[in-house]
Design a protein around this ligand. Structure first.
Ligand SMILES: C=CC1=C(C)c2cc3[nH]c(cc4nc(cc5[nH]c(cc1n2)c(C)c5CCC(=O)O)C(CCC(=O)O)=C4C)c(C)c3C=C
Ligand SMILES: [Fe+2]
Length: 427
């Protein structure tokens, strides 16, 4: 009996008196409304106490203030049974709701029968919710697999926009880091909490799904709320300045959420979004040998403040007409921010939610480093593909990048009380 924790003990409960004491002193911000701590919280406890509601109109983990850590996994469905797939989504929904509350999955890690493997793997016991969000998406191959098979009777519900992304110039895609029938994005302010979430969902899915590929991210490269400060990517530049933010309701409706009339085949996706995932290797050693002036010209913003090269501060809109030297504009025509700017693409915007990664070193002894680019868009065909194409062809920064993994997912709306994720797809 001594190996068992008291019945009903939650991760939060295991925090014990320390958290209670700090809470009483007003040092911790607990709960959804008070959790917008940004990248420079007063203490680690500020953000780790945050917990976000799992259920809602939209899935959490899109407009939620971007957490600092990511574990992303793409799964292959290994069963042909539609019932087993629905059952998995039900069990994932239940487990995700528990974990985002800071609780272990099922009957917990230490409360069950000592003669059986515990429901929960246990490594997050004692850790608070840490702002965990779990966001689930469906890949094109869930609707029709590579052999054209409609394994789950979903082919007539395939959204027109959910087709494999084209091969872009310069892509060097590894099939083992691309595609997937399902995806789970787990974001948290504690890496152990994010990894615990993916590990337990993968474990729950044994027999129904297997992990196809996964990616850890150690630092956010976006801001998704005006309350957050702008972090830096591995080129050392502020990243996320001009992102679509949670406070921009009209922009979210226009550029991120799928509308009711967007696709007659995909009414089930109303209120959802599309998630573009791109593993982008950054040749950081080569970049580091470029002059500061050249680096800033490649980006189109200053490295220090993130202000556009046309002047002002970080939030000043770029002036692409301002002349520079040699009859060239001061923000070069091949700079990243000009090439991808909404002005060049009919006004389309995206909600970027990417993460820095370093996956050890490469064959040349350099860092296998980069940016795991994640972007939520209303329609990848209009909001991502043309932008990526322009970047591949015209962006000076692209010389320092190589896309090594790629996937697209339809992200259903949030689950209402009593529903499982993606319920409308299977109705
Ligand atoms: C196809 C879309 C994009 C990819 C892929 C992409 C990769 C990428 N970006 C940076 C660094 C920065 N990007 C910045 C802005 C920015 N990037 C995109 C799109 C893609 N980036 C957009 C739409 C924007 C916003 C443009 C605007 O509206 O002004 C910036 C500037 C700061 C900011 O606004 O976030 C930086 C820096 C890297 C390093 C990278 C691939 C590794
Ligand atoms: Fe960018």
């Amino acid at each position: 009996m001594s190996r068992r924790a008291p019945v009903g003990l939650s991760r939060r409960g295991l925090l014990g008196g320390g958290a209670a004491l700090a809470g009483a002193a007003g040092a911790f911000a607990v709960g959804r409304e008070s959790s917008h701590a940004g990248s420079g919280p007063a203490s680690a406890g500020d953000v780790r106490q945050a917990s976000y509601a799992f259920r809602g109109e939209h899935q959490a983990g899109i407009t939620t203030p971007a957490q600092d850590r990511l574990h992303f996994a793409a799964f292959d469905v290994v069963t042909d049974s539609r019932d087993d797939l629905v059952d998995l989504l039900q069990r994932w929904t239940d487990a995700a709701e528990q974990m985002t509350r800071g609780e272990p999955t099922g009957a917990g890690a230490v409360d069950g029968d000592v003669n059986l493997p515990p429901d929960d793997t246990g490594e997050a016991l004692g850790l608070p919710a840490s702002g965990l969000t779990i966001t689930v998406g469906f890949g094109p191959s869930l609707f029709r697999d590579a052999d054209g098979r409609d394994r789950f009777g979903l082919a007539d519900r395939l959204p027109a926009a959910l087709r494999e992304l084209p091969h872009f110039p310069g892509d060097a895609l590894d099939p083992a880091r691309s595609g997937g029938d399902l995806c789970v994005q787990a974001c948290a302010d504690d890496p152990q909490v994010a990894v615990h979430a993916i590990r337990n969902l993968a474990r729950l899915g044994f027999g129904a799904v297997s992990v196809r590929w996964s990616q850890l991210g150690f630092g956010r490269t976006s801001t998704t709320s005006t309350s957050q400060s702008t972090p830096r990517n591995l080129f050392g530049f502020k990243d996320g300045t001009a992102n679509v933010k949670a406070e921009e309701a009209a922009a979210l409706d226009e550029h991120v959420w799928v509308g009711a009339d967007d696709d007659p085949a995909a009414g089930w996706l109303t209120g959802g979004s599309y998630l573009v995932a791109r593993r982008i290797t950054m040749h950081v050693e080569t970049w580091d040998r470029q002059t500061l002036g050249d680096q800033e010209s490649f980006v189109g913003r200053t490295k220090g403040t993130g202000a556009p090269l046309s002047g002002g501060d970080e939030q000043t809109p770029p002036d692409f007409d301002m002349p520079g030297s040699d009859d060239q504009p001061v923000i070069p025509v091949d700079s990243h921010v000009r090439v991808v700017h909404p002005d060049q693409h009919g006004g389309v915007r995206m909600l970027r939610r990417g993460y820095n990664f370093v996956d050890g070193s490469n064959a040349l002894g350099g860092l296998d480093a980069g940016l795991f680019f994640l972007a939520y868009v209303r329609d990848p065909g209009t909001h991502f593909v043309p932008v990526q194409l322009a970047m591949s062809k015209h962006d000076a920064m692209a010389e320092y990048l190589q896309v090594t993994g790629s996937a697209l997912f339809a992200v259903p709306p949030g689950a209402a009380p009593g529903e499982h994720l993606g319920q409308a797809l299977f109705a």
